[in-house]
Structures are given as structure tokens and as C-alpha cells.
Design a protein around this ligand. Structure first.
Ligand code: MSP
Length: 615
């Protein structure tokens, strides 16, 4: 007889907040369950109960329209440690960090989870190839991830390694709970396995010679006596869940893909390996280890477990679950939008609120990856161009959700044009004029300076637009909106020509001094609004505006409201906040960079002429 837990973990977490609702729900639920048990199949009763758990949770968050008091918990995938990180793996983490910083600006308590996925055949093979033990190998590569995150200014809250004892304890507890729910059974399995995906493949999706379409390497035939998870049992429930919660998978075009998979029929999948030693032993059968995906997905929950606590699924779940957002690449969507929800349903745990599958960074149209060996070195990029440039380029230039190609020329052109010129140069010019004409001191409050101008409205609208885009995870459009504030500032400067009005003296000179306050207030707003994407650059802007590091750290999204700069505030000595990156002299085909260099030279000439006029 299957055991049914009448007190799912989800309810425990909700108890404190919604107890009157839950009491009513429990009574009704018990009556309905008892009634239906007498008349219908026991499985249907369980399915109804689980559906009710998910739906009550989904209705609470979707319809209320108010911000829940829960923390904003977001996750990156846990990265395989078969090789050091590359730009593709860094991409998700940069995006997650920008979203986490934005949510913190809104005043939310954020729990940003990342980590490394360290078990399985692929990792054991990589360790053996390198001549080290799996655990030594994992220590080294996991540390390489942590170092890169530091260099990229990734402010994560939790870093989980799937080899940590607390994770192992939670995986075993979860396995036992799914087993107790009757969803695990033993059977033979024969199929084609891609070691790089760590997944059995359907023959239909393979290329010639049974090659995996992602890794372009032949899959190997495997036959094993494994433990299986009864995924097929959740087919209807998953279908209904996605229909009722269309925002669960984003972007929306990926939802169709997921719905297609489910419709075409879900097959139970193997969750243990008899042939792999490097993994968590199956409870009560130490001849098998738990399948690496069944193990790793639980890292999102075990990460919530505090080191000081006795590891327990229940305590971990009550420390922030369900996650608000899983950020992943599109290749691992099936695991997150099909397998994971079904696993959670089986264990009676609430579902994450959203799974966002972004596109690939490509090189020559192919997914950049460790297995194909066509990666881009993030350490090198950060070393050469700095973390702001790397973060900005990938978030601004790759529309979040779609694929995006990298080229060094484009990288340099974009960051020079946007960060060095449009933003950096505007600040520098304005501070130069303020120093020369106003002893680097603001003459009036920015609120007063903006009276009667349309500029303030333009900035406020753009800030609102940026906020909306950040909230919808349209990170590229959020950058665009903030950049438009600076574009508006440059146009304002060109139209009002303060440098020549200072020369006229009297009222013209007073108006020019106000114009500088207006531009600098716009720069202050940019520094807050772009800080999720380029935190260092934004701090340097803030510093130039005469603020302390503490003031920058305490800035909130509400500080994007017009009027922060006050008369009498003294600005720092003007110095460039973003140094231009020099273009290389040519490429193998000799075309683009030379042309780009000419454009850069023309721009340089224009800037010099401008500087002479403003002097
Ligand atoms: N270990 C699993 C995830 C387990 S999560 C519980 C895994 N690891 S991975 O290291 O192979 O990939 C991690 C993430 O990096 C995936 O989201 C994947 O899509 C992303 N990327 C890897 N190469 C990428 C690109 N070239 N471009 C963008 N993202 C890519 O899968």
C-alpha cells in the first residue's frame, strides 16, 4: 500500500501565513479524499491532492497582485566540473547576478544560489583523464568557478557543491520520500546514452551515426538494471499545471516546446546507475548510485540548508522554497520543466514559480561548449576588458532568451560606444564644465533645476521602462532604456550648449549652471539604474558625483526618482570612469577593424574639437 503524506512540506511552510485558509482547505481536502477513495482509484486521489497543492500556491501568487513577503530565490544551473568554466557558463551567472541586484534594489530579501554539479560518469572520466581522484578534481574546478565569479563581481548568497554531506543527506531523504510514495521501481533498461548530456536519448532526435545533436558525439548503447522514476504517472498533472500556469516556463515560445514533449507522451526515466561509482549511493542498495540529474536538481533545495542545521529536507524547504526563478540554458529545459516538477510533486513539495530558458552563446553558429572545444575564455575577457565590459556586452547585446554570437570587434565597438562615449564621456564633459565654471559645486537642487523642462519627464519615463524590462527579465531592453537616458543627456547638452552660454555671463551663465545640474542628476539616476549590470562602473559614477561607497551600497531603486542631487553638493575631480578599449589594427581578412578604426578616429577628432569648444 502506498504511503500518502497528509501534511506536505508545502503546507508546513505556508502554515504561519495562511492558517485559516489551510484549515478550511485541509477539512475539505480530507472529506473529498475520503469520499473519492471510496469511489475511485487511489492514484486519482493523490493526483487531485497534489494538483490542489500546486494550484492553491499558484493562485495565491498570481491573483493577489501584491508582492509576497517571501524572499526572492533565484538559481543558476549547478555547473558540471568536468572542465573549467567558459563564457557560456558565465553567461547564465552574469544574468542571474543582474536580476539578483535588481531585486535587492527593490528592497527584496534575495537568496541567489549557484554551485557545482560534481557527480557522475562525465566528472569521474575527466578526473581520471587528468590523473587525479574525483574529489581532488572537483575541488580544483569548483574553486575555478568561485574565482571567476569573484572576478565577474557575482554576488551570490549560496554556493552549493553536490559533494557536500548536507546535500547527500537531503538527496537520500528526498529519494526515500519518492520511494515511499510508490514512484520508484526497478527494471531493465536498454538505450542510447550521451555521456556529455548525462541522458538517455530518443533515437529519433539523434543525427547520423547516432550522434547527439548538441555534442556531435556518438551515443553509446547501454543496458542496465536500474531504478526508475514513474514520470508517466504525472503526465496529466503536468499538462494541467502548465495550462493553468502558462508563465511557469519562459520565454513563452519555450512553453510550446515543453507542452509538445509532454503531449507526445512521458516515459519513466532511470534514476540510478549500476555502472557509476562516483555518486550518491541509492538508499538500501549501495550497488547503485543516484542518477546525476536526480541528485543535482536537489542542490536548489539543499543550498537553502544552513551549515549549522542538521540537514533535513523539511528545514531546507522552510528556508526559502519555492524558488522564484530557475535560470537555465535551453538545453536543460526538459530536466527543469518536466522532470523536476514531477519529482517535486511526488515528494509533496511546492513547485518553483518560474523556469526561464535562455539561448546559447555561439561561435560560428555552434553552441560554445567544453565538449565541442569552441569556448571563449571568460578569465581572458575579464582580464583584458574588465568585468563591467563583459557583463554589459553579453546582457545588452544578446537578447535574453535568444542565441547570440560573439565577435571581439563588436564587443569593443559596443562597450566603447555605450560605456566610454555615451555614458562616460557625458559625465566627464559635464564635470569638466562644472569644475571650470562652478568650482565643482552644484548651484541648485536638481528638482529646482529641472522645473519647466521636459527632460525630467523623459528620464522618469525611461526609468519606469527600464524597471518594467528588468522585472520581465528583458535585460537587453533594460540596458537600452538606461542608455537612452544618457542619449537624452547628450542631446540636451548639444541643444543647450552650456559651454558657450557660460561665456555669455549673467542669466545665460546661470541657466548653463542649472543645465549641468540636470545632466548630473541624470547621471546619478543612470548609476542606480544600470548598477545591476555594471556595478563597478556605476560606483565610479557615484563616486564622481561626490557620494561615499556606503551611500552607493545603500542605494535603492527608489533613488531613481528625480531630485537626489542637492545644491551645494561638491563633485569629485573629473576623471574618466570607463577607459576606451583600443581596437586591434587588423584581422586576417583585413576588412572590418580597419574600417572600424577609421570611424573611431573620426569620433576621436570630433571629441577633440568638442573639448576645444568647451575649454
Ligand atoms: N550540471 C548541469 C546542470 C544541473 S542543474 C541542477 C549542466 N551543467 S553544464 O555545465 O553543462 O551547463 C550549465 C549551464 O550552462 C546550462 O544552462 C547550459 O545551457 C549553459 N551553457 C553551456 N554552454 C552554453 C553556451 N554556449 N551558451 C549559453 N549557455 C550555455 O547542464
Amino acid at each position: 500500500m502506498r504511503k500518502f503524506d497528509p501534511w506536505p512540506i508545502f503546507f508546513r511552510r505556508e502554515w504561519n501565513r495562511n492558517w485559516p485558509f489551510l484549515v478550511g482547505f485541509a477539512i475539505t481536502g480530507t472529506i473529498i479524499t475520503k469520499f473519492s477513495l471510496g469511489l475511485t482509484d487511489y492514484d486519482d486521489a493523490i493526483a487531485d491532492e497534489i494538483r490542489a497543492v500546486f494550484c492553491s500556491y499558484a493562485t495565491n501568487t498570481d491573483k493577489s497582485g501584491t508582492e509576497p513577503a517571501d524572499p526572492f530565490v533565484l538559481t543558476t544551473p549547478l555547473y558540471y566540473v568536468n572542465a573549467p568554466p567558459h563564457m557560456g557558463s558565465a553567461y547564465t551567472t552574469i544574468a542571474a547576478d543582474a536580476i539578483a541586484r535588481f531585486q535587492r534594489l527593490l528592497g527584496k530579501k534575495v537568496i541567489f544560489i549557484t554551485g557545482t554539479d560534481e557527480h557522475g560518469e562525465k566528472i569521474a572520466a575527466a578526473a581520471a583523464d587528468g590523473g587525479s581522484s574525483p574529489s581532488e578534481h572537483c575541488d580544483v574546478v569548483s574553486q575555478a568557478y568561485k574565482t571567476l565569479w569573484k572576478d565577474l563581481d557575482i554576488a551570490y548568497d549560496k554556493f552549493i557543491r553536490t559533494t557536500e554531506p548536507k546535500h547527500e543527506a537531503i538527496v537520500k531523504e528526498f529519494y526515500s520520500s519518492v520511494l515511499a510514495n510508490g514512484d520508484i521501481y526497478k527494471a531493465d533498461y536498454e538505450g542510447l546514452y550521451c555521456v556529455n548530456c548525462e541522458e538517455y536519448k530518443d533515437e529519433k532526435e539523434l543525427l547520423e551515426n547516432q550522434c547527439c545533436p548538441i555534442h556531435l558525439k556518438p551515443c553509446v548503447a547501454r543496458k542496465e538494471d536500474n531504478y526508475f522514476f514513474a514520470l508517466s504517472k504525472y503526465q496529466k498533472l503536468l499538462e494541467d499545471t502548465l495550462t493553468e500556469n502558462p508563465d511557469f516556463v519562459q520565454p513563452s515560445f519555450r512553453l510550446n516546446e515543453v507542452q509538445g514533449w509532454i503531449k507526445s507522451g512521458l516515459r519513466d526515466f532511470s534514476i540510478s546507475r549500476a555502472s557509476v561509482d562516483w555518486g550518491i549511493p541509492v538508499p538500501n542498495d549501495n550497488k547503485q548510485t543516484i542518477y546525476v540529474w536526480f541528485d543535482a536538481l536537489l542542490g536548489y533545495i539543499s543550498a537553502l540548508s544552513e551549515d549549522r542545521d542538521q540537514p533535513s529536507l523539511r528545514t531546507a524547504v522552510s528556508s526559502g522554497w519555492p524558488a522564484s526563478l530557475h535560470l537555465i540554458g535551453k538545453d536543460i529545459l526538459r530536466f527543469h520543466a518536466v522532470y523536476w516538477p514531477a519529482m517535486l510533486m511526488s515528494a509533496g513539495i511546492g513547485l518553483p514559480k518560474k523556469v526561464f530558458g535562455h539561448g546559447f552563446l555561439t561561435k560560428d553558429g555552434m553552441k560554445m561548449g567544453k565538449s565541442l572545444g569552441n569556448t571563449l575564455e571568460p578569465n581572458e575577457l575579464v582580464h583584458n576588458f574588465g568585468s563591467d565590459a563583459v557583463r554589459y556586452f553579453f546582457l545588452k547585446e544578446v537578447e535574453f532568451g535568444n542565441d547570440g554570437d560573439y565577435s571581439e570587434d563588436r564587443f569593443i565597438k559596443i562597450v566603447n560606444a555605450h560605456l566610454a562615449n555615451t555614458i562616460g564621456n557625458l559625465l566627464n564633459r559635464t564635470l569638466g564644465l562644472l569644475k571650470k565654471n562652478c568650482q565643482s559645486t552644484l548651484v541648485v537642487d536638481s528638482a529646482v533645476a529641472a522645473e519647466g523642462t521636459a527632460f525630467k519627464d523623459t528620464v522618469e519615463k525611461l526609468v519606469e521602462t527600464a524597471r518594467g524590462h528588468y522585472e520581465n527579465l528583458s535585460l537587453s531592453s533594460a540596458c537600452e532604456a538606461v542608455l537612452d537616458i544618457s542619449n537624452a543627456g547628450n542631446s540636451y547638452m548639444d541643444e543647450h550648449v552650456p559651454w558657450s552660454r557660460f561665456k555669455q555671463g549673467g542669466a545665460a551663465s546661470e541657466a548653463a549652471a542649472k543645465d549641468l545640474v540636470i545632466i548630473l542628476e541624470a547621471m546619478r539616476i543612470i548609476a542606480v539604474a544600470l548598477s545591476p549590470v555594471t556595478p563597478n562602473l556605476c560606483w565610479r559614477i557615484y563616486e564622481q558625483l561626490g557620494y561615499s561607497n556606503e551611500q552607493f551600497s545603500n542605494a535603492a531603486w527608489s533613488d531613481t526618482k528625480w531630485g537626489g542631487l542637492k545644491g551645494g553638493q561638491v563633485m569629485a575631480q573629473p576623471k574618466p570612469v570607463f577607459g576606451r578599449i583600443e581596437l586591434k589594427t587588423g584581422t586576417e581578412d583585413g576588412g572590418e577593424p580597419a574600417a572600424a578604426k577609421q570611424v573611431a578616429k573620426k569620433k576621436e577628432k570630433k571629441a577633440k574639437a568638442q573639448a576645444v569648444a568647451e575649454a
